[in-house]
Design a protein around this ligand. Sequence first.
Ligand code: HEC
Length: 126
Amino acid sequence: MRHTAKKLFKSAFSTAVVAGALLLTSFPASAADGASSVVEKGKAAAFDRKKGNCLACHSVDDGTLPGNIAPPLIAMKARFPDKDKLRAQIWDATVVNPNTIMIPFGRNKVLSEEEIDQVVEYIYTL
Ligand code: HEC
């Protein structure tokens, strides 16, 4: 009986080790790189259906199933030479357009201040 329990524990342990190793290899090494990781986090927050969910309304980069009820997020540097204005648009779009359907992500605390900064960095690369 004791022997079987030990064996079970051993196999559960090795399964956990293999799962852990798989998890580690699925993260790209570049995630440790400072500049690109901010952009990557921003992209993740922008695409996350429970966070930015920008794709519900905008087409963005390589995002799947984009909506088309808002302008595509492209050429952001040209359209927003002032990065603060871009941030303000995401923080609270109702300031520029009181009738907008875009969620005021900062004012309503849908995204944290840090997440908004990350989304801005990502959007600015488009
Ligand atoms: C519910 C729909 C909706 C969602 C979700 C949404 N937006 Fe918007 N967004 C709009 C609409 C509609 C406009 C067009 C301007 C307006 O109505 O105010 C807009 C405008 C913008 C603009 C200005 C574009 C321009 O060229 O003037 C930016 C930048 C922007 N959105 C970024 C984002 C980001 C980043 C996200 C995700 C964090 C997001 N939006 C999520 C609907 C949405």
